[in-house]
Write a protein that binds this ligand. Structure first.
Ligand code: NAD
Length: 494
């Protein structure tokens, strides 16, 4: 009988740890699925589009190892192609997205691709922090996770993927996307173009990989895949919940239902223009878009008049009732039955909503609106269509309270139009949202007409906020004791 030597035992332990992939899972927990990608073959030439999660993860793993070797300059070059294609091909890809998803507005599908190409932060966002003191130097560097699994919504199918790609590659990662099934074709086309250009330039394919036929099953496989080190989910309540319950660390950009408060000190014309700009954008598909408005009684009628002056169509009570019946339907079973927007009006033009309400629309109409009670289902439901309910409130206190209720504690986005700093402060504190916009359209919160940078993934329940390259990195600290601080120190004097 032979006895194992110390080196043998060490090798066995290394092998077992590697098979369990303990380092890649939180608390050393064993992942639910252990199907291993066999990353021997080169996946170059696939341009990121794969028939299975295993293949996509294997290709992204191979691409990650190659990207590491090219350093920050490799990342910069790769990102430049994602930006350029998003801008140069915006018209063609925007048309494809619009034709495939059949929701939103064509001009905004195109614009979203262009602005992300210009405004999403890349490698320039990657700094290091330094602590220099009597005991030398500590440097905090931001390291990649590896392969990230991303789930993306139908509301901005390719823009979310492109934006995630810029952020994640800037952080040194690669990504496998499970796109929304209803936007999968444009997602695949965009990914193909990104990878082909990157491959031609720096010789790495599949930095952004994608599952060509996505489903809930492929999403679950991605969540549980041992080759995936981090999850990033952008979507509604079901997928946000699934990600929060997953065994891996998740960045969750969840649903919103952004309320607007208008108080008696507001500039009503600016408020009306801003509300139309934000809520009509892409037919109100944005998670940050204005969804319900609470106006204090003293200026309610004047605000409704300002909305009409700014070009929105006001529905009367009967028309609001007719639209509510058509637009909000019940879904789910038993205790889970709840109101949701009906699919055939979601993301549709204001003219179609006017027609459904029995009102005549004029050319160029962007938004319809009307007075409702607080218990109208348009108030609690994230309707994602260009109709806004306006609720008359006794005073700012009531408006802020109802706004808070309507946001459901998502802590996503809220907007106020006011020149009363006390009301702004009260609302900001009570709603506690990730974005809080004052005296402008919701989109200003993403740097579009306001300060700051852009991303289409705003991590709300997990708290990372508007995502950046740093969101997708791990902190590593490098400490040198007593040396390399070149200022005088007690240690240097010794
Ligand atoms: P959705 O939740 O229907 O789908 C989003 C993605 O999740 C899709 O890829 C879908 O296939 C997948 N998915 C759904 N249920 C799943 C589950 N149980 N397990 C795994 N995957 C699942 O949302 P949508 O209609 O595509 O997008 C609109 C929603 O997304 C809105 O609620 C909006 O507020 C939200 N959203 C949030 C942000 C943000 O940054 N916070 C950005 C865009 C959209």
């Amino acid at each position: 009988m032979s006895t194992a030597t110390a080196p043998d035992i060490a090798a066995i332990v290394r092998q077992v740890i590697s098979e369990l992939n303990i380092a890649g899972t939180p608390s050393g927990a064993r992942p639910a699925q252990v199907a291993a990608p066999v990353a021997t073959a080169s996946y170059a030439g696939a341009n990121g589009v794969f028939g299975s999660v295993d293949e996509a993860v294997a290709a992204a793993t191979e691409a990650f190892e190659q990207l590491e070797r090219l350093g920050v300059e490799g990342r910069r070059k790769a990102i430049a192609h994602v930006r350029r294609i998003s801008i140069d091909d915006a018209e063609e890809l925007g048309r494809m997205e619009f034709a495939e998803t059949k929701i939103g507005r064509l001009e905004h599908k195109i614009e979203k691709l262009k602005v992300l190409g210009e405004k999403v932060p890349g490698v320039e966002f990657m700094g290091s922090e330094v602590f220099s003191g009597d005991h030398g130097l500590a440097v905090i560097e931001h390291a990649p996770f590896g392969v990230i699994g991303a789930i993306t919504p139908v509301t901005h199918s390719l823009p979310t993927i492109a934006c995630n790609a810029v952020n994640m590659i800037a952080g040194g990662n690669t990504v496998v996307v499970n796109p929304h099934p209803s936007g999968r074709k444009v997602a695949a086309e965009g990914v193909r173009r990104f990878n082909a250009a990157i491959h031609r330039d720096i010789g790495i394919d599949n930095l952004v990989s994608l599952v060509a036929e996505p489903s809930l099953d492929t999403a679950a496989s991605l969540f549980n895949h041992r080759g995936v080190k981090l999850i990033c989910v952008t979507g509604g309540p079901a997928v946000a919940k699934a990600a929060l319950q997953s065994s891996k660390r998740a960045i969750v950009a969840g649903p919103g239902n952004p309320p607007v408060v208008v108080d008696e000190t507001a500039d009503l014309d600016n408020a009306a223009r801003s509300i139309i700009q934000g809520a009509a954008y892409d037919n109100n598909l944005l998670c940050i878009g204005e969804k319900q408005v609470f106006v204090v009684a003293a200026v309610f009628d004047a605000m409704m008049a300002a909305m009409e002056r700014a070009g929105a169509l006001r529905l009367n009570g009967q028309q609001v009732d007719a639209l509510t019946k058509r637009a909000i339907v019940m879904a789910g079973e038993g205790a889970h039955r709840h109101p949701v927007p009906c699919k055939d009006l979601l993301g549709q033009d204001a003219a179609l909503l006017a027609k459904a309400a029995g009102a005549a629309a004029r050319d160029g109409l962007e938004l319809v609106f009307g007075e409702t009670d607080n218990d109208n289902p348009f108030v609690p439901v994230e309707q994602m269509m260009p109709f806004l309910p306006f609720v008359r409130c006794r005073d700012a206190e009531e408006a802020i309270r109802l706004a808070h209720e309507s946001e459901h504690g998502f802590r996503h986005t809220a907007i106020i139009h006011s020149n009363n700093v006390r009301n702004m402060t009260r609302m900001g504190r009570l709603l506690d949202t990730t974005l809080f916009v004052k005296n402008g359209p919701s989109v200003a919160g993403l740097g579009l007409g306001g300060e700051g940078y852009l991303s289409f993934s705003i991590a709300t329940p997990t708290g990372e906020g508007v995502t950046t390259p740093l969101t997708f990195t791990r902190q590593r600290r490098c400490t040198l004791v007593d040396d390399l601080r070149i200022l005088g120190s007690p240690a240097a004097a010794r």
